[in-house]
Write a protein that binds this ligand. Sequence first.
Ligand SMILES: [Zn+2]
Ligand SMILES: [Zn+2]
Length: 431
Amino acid sequence: MTGTAYAHTSVHDAAAEISKPGRLLVVECEDCGLRQTIPSRVEEGHVDCVRCGALLSKRTTRGIEQAIGLNLAALIVFVLANAFPFITLNLQGRIQDAEIVSAAYALYEDGMWELGLLVFLFAIFLPLLKILGNLYVMIPLHMGFRPPAARQVFRWMEIIHRWAMMEVFLLGVIVGYVKLISLATVIFGIAAFSFVALIMLVVAAETVFEPRTIWERLQPSPSAATLASVDQRELISCHGCGLLNHAPDAHGYCERCDARLHHRKPNGVTRAWALIITALILYFPANIYPVMKLNFAGAKQGATILEGVKELLFGGMWPLALLVFFASVTVPMLKLGGLGFLLVSVQRRSKWHPRERTKIYRIVDAIGRWSMLDIFVLAILVALVRFGSLATITPGTGAISFAAVVVITMIAAESFDPRQIWDAAGANDER
Ligand SMILES: [Zn+2]
Ligand SMILES: [Zn+2]
């Protein structure tokens, strides 16, 4: 079997090939490493891994046209959300308004360019890049050709996916709003409503199609029958696009998306340990030093993350206090503890409930981004509360350590390969 023949098939042939009724594919589960046969087109519900329960494929109700339409609508709404003031603050007749970009810029102005850059990337640039990248690949495919570098572009879309955090930013705006209403009048602008619509459009675009559909249209996977004749040990599942590559010498690049081929993420355990230890060290300054400095009518005061939670709690906002506590304190600890536990279990070659441990990994991986909440709250407060000696909020040194903990633990979770849980338990011994 060799896939080079597929690279020369036209987009129309690819579309015809993948829509053949009863066509079967072999996929390797990304969570446990089990290879299994699934229908190339799921007619109802979803197909889960028979061993670990990971989602392998789902029915996508509509085609690429709807995904293009939703992404185009998202692009228009994105412009509205970023061109107009997001939120306006009225403090004793003095007005301060802020666009989304002001939240990033205010941090930069206050000397924390690293934080400003993170907010800009996660709330503005990467969401926009994702919309543009999707359109760049989907529109030509729909018209019947592959645009230049389509496979590299689409692979990057999947990499940046978890770093686009508009919904976390929105939650940050809500928390910021609640913190400000006791201080001043807060009015949401047209951009805020556009931003909510933008998030809904992006979510809708993600539910009408799955990346596999695009990968198969770029280059169809070999059928299950073709793969049956190949030595299973010579197949490597690509981390980028999920294609099973025939790589007898166990290295090289994926023939569909050009990602480097590895049986498992390279040095996953060592890298994850190094990142966890770094994050653990930074966790202390992140909680000891103030994340923001408040200056109200000359009274200066620093606030750590816990003090921010306490303030919400004593203000009677206990659901929100609980939420911020969960996102800022519990989630980082769960991530560090959970990943540490998984790494130790893999190193000890534990056979204890691999399915449950895989679930722990999925939770750790999914909740990580929500810890950015406090950084977004900070950005919004800093952008809005700038009334000189009357009231000013500036970022504190703890914020940089805190943001570093969030980013480093996210990378640590990404470095770890959950298939090693199953390798260590001896579940993948057949190859
Ligand atoms: Zn699995
Ligand atoms: Zn690939």
